[in-house]
Design a binder for this molecule. Structure first.
Ligand code: OAD
Length: 244
């Protein structure tokens, strides 16, 4: 992207495609053929408050499995490059980078990023429905362990399910208002409100860039779309931005 000298503030939205090359399945089957079913259930039928009320064991088993799986994975070149941008951009330009991720893994943090907003929650947190406390949680929840704060057996994954409000929307819109550049990486543009950020960013005056394996549902809204694997596109783009 030319003319990057006028860019100070950057908002980066990431999705499952950023973690795909770390071996974490994406949600929707695409060109790379990620699995879209889990034990014959669509993800949309497991990741809801209604599914949890109907069959909590099914839902807890799904999240216990994913929580265990992410702890065996490592950040890939895309996470590492974004971590480098996040650490170096402010010092180089005086501007800001905010990584807004739909991902519930911790690979951005392990890739060296400091400012990560998990709008859909985090696998490595448990949230107590009784006392509202959040706890870092690496083990299973299926045996209904007591909440370390209130002792109730009311812990659930700290994940934003379909029909629930994503976290920190005010902070996200505050950052979009200040953004000169909005970059979307590895997301299908199927799930709102995140899928609408590109239009919000445009209306608020930002340039918009998409990096994705294939065209997404939102591609038409971006000033520029680059197609390819995140592990190649993201380090190349970060090199451009940092001029290295
Ligand atoms: P999706 O699975 O819907 O989309 C992943 C996108 O990444 C697709 O467009 C793929 O083409 C692309 N992709 C796959 N491999 C890639 C690679 N190696 N490099 C670059 N791109 C690649 O995942 P999300 O858009 O993140 O919500 O899904 C959004 C939300 O839906 C998730 O946060 C989750 C899910 O239900 C919750 O859990 C609340």
């Amino acid at each position: 992207m030319g003319g990057m000298s006028h860019i100070r503030n950057i908002v980066i939205l990431t999705g499952a495609g950023v973690s795909a090359e770390s071996g974490i399945d994406t949600f929707r089957a695409g060109a790379n053929g990620g699995p879209s079913l889990w034990e014959q259930h669509r993800v949309e039928d497991v990741a809801t408050p209604e599914a949890y009320a109907r069959d909590p064991d099914l839902v807890l088993r799904f999240y216990d499995m994913r929580r265990a799986a992410i702890q065996t994975k490592e950040p890939n070149a895309a996470h590492l490059a974004l971590g480098r941008l996040d650490r170096e951009w402010a010092r180089k330009t005086g501007g800001q980078v905010l990584i807004v991720t739909q991902n519930v893994d911790d690979l951005h943090e392990r890739g060296g990023a400091v400012d990560v907003l998990h709008m859909h929650g985090e696998h490595l947190n448990a949230w107590c429905a009784a006392c509202d406390a959040r706890h870092r949680w690496t083990g299973p929840l299926i045996q209904r362990p007591p909440c370390p704060a209130c002792d109730e057996a009311a812990l659930r994954p700290d994940i934003v399910w379909f029909g629930e409000m994503p976290y920190r929307m005010d902070d996200i819109f505050g950052a979009l208002r200040e953004a000169d550049l909005f970059v979307s990486i590895g997301t299908s543009g199927a799930v709102y409100p995140a899928a609408g950020f590109v239009r919000n960013a445009r209306e608020l005056g930002a340039r918009t860039l998409e990096l994705n394996l294939e065209r997404s549902q939102g591609s038409a809204w971006f000033d520029e779309t680059r197609l390819g694997p995140a592990s190649e596109l993201v380090p190349a783009w970060v090199d451009e931005m940092l001029g290295s």
